[in-house]
Design a protein around this ligand. Structure first.
Ligand SMILES: Nc1ncnc2c1ncn2[C@@H]1O[C@H](COP(=O)(O)OP(=O)(O)OP(=O)(O)O)[C@@H](O)[C@H]1O
Length: 256
């Protein structure tokens, strides 16, 4: 493996976040390798969402650092991180309900395309040509997540599971280098969850690192290369799924 391939895509160093007297995230460190799937798991209230917020920039850490592709991005707001290719989805779906599925994906494309949303609205000729390409790319992404048949339906008409998959397609449209998924399998049926697992593996194999929070252990064990376990704000274990499954500290955290 080349030195480039081994360099961490994301490096979290001693990340700590306090809320008053509560230490929601306590000196957590881990790395995400390129082309890998890393899952953050832990009981309710363990600090997973707070950790995600520290990485994406929604919250700043009380101390510690976040490095993205070798650059210290700790203090950058979410938009600056998104422009670097650090893209996240949310626990609660945040789509434009009145726009069609394909239009929702196109919004994601415009995060990265020349001229952005404004050019798409003013529509000079080059923007119209680009618009056609964007439309094509959006439809390819919908196909990838299994939503080609619902491309022209308003997002509001989709089932909850379909909306979650649409969110993933929209995030992919922004061409992430690291895709952060917050409980992507929540509310999915067995078929959708299986499709999601395949999709997550494919995203990583195609070159985008994936970091996810997930309660669905089946999905975690089937997709993750590396599992980071947090409990009461602290990292209590890290390793391959098979090792994590048998780790006494992890078993105690889930049973306790
Ligand atoms: N803005 C906030 N102000 C005060 N306390 C907070 C805030 N956000 C989170 N917390 C607390 O920090 C701790 C960690 O919460 P967090 O939401 O990060 O956990 P989680 O592992 O994501 O939980 P869940 O699995 O239930 O989503 C909890 O005790 C929570 O009550």
């Amino acid at each position: 493996m080349s030195a480039q391939a081994q360099k961490a895509c994301l490096e979290v160093q001693d990340a700590t976040r306090r809320f008053g007297g509560l230490v929601a995230v306590n000196a957590v460190s881990f790395q995400v390798k390129p082309r890998s799937v890393t899952a953050v798991i832990g009981p309710n209230g363990a600090g997973k969402t707070t950790l995600f917020n520290l990485i994406s920039g929604a919250l700043s850490p009380s101390s510690g650092r976040v490095l993205f592709e070798g650059v210290d991005v700790t203090a950058e707001p979410p938009e600056a991180k998104a422009a670097r290719g650090l893209i996240r989805t949310f626990q609660l779906v945040k789509l434009f309900p009145e726009l069609s599925a394909v239009e929702n994906v196109k919004v994601g494309c415009h995060l990265r395309t020349r001229g952005g949303l404004l050019a798409a609205l003013l529509r000079p000729r080059w923007a119209r040509r680009m618009e056609a390409e964007t439309e094509e790319r959006a439809r390819v992404l919908l196909e990838l997540v299994g939503l080609a048949a619902t491309a022209d339906q308003p997002a509001a008409a989709l089932s909850y599971g379909q909306a979650r998959l649409l969110e993933v397609a929209r995030a992919l449209a922004a061409q992430p280098r690291l895709l952060m998924l917050d409980e992507p399998a929540a509310g999915l049926n067995a078929d959708e969850s299986a499709r999601l697992a395949t999709l997550i593996r494919r995203i990583a194999d195609d070159g985008t690192a994936v970091l996810l929070i997930e309660h669905d252990m089946h999905l975690v064990m089937n997709t993750a290369d590396e599992v980071v376990v947090v409990d009461f704000g602290k990292k209590i274990a890290q390793g391959a799924p098979d090792r994590i499954r048998q780790d006494p500290a992890v078993i105690a955290a889930y049973l306790g």
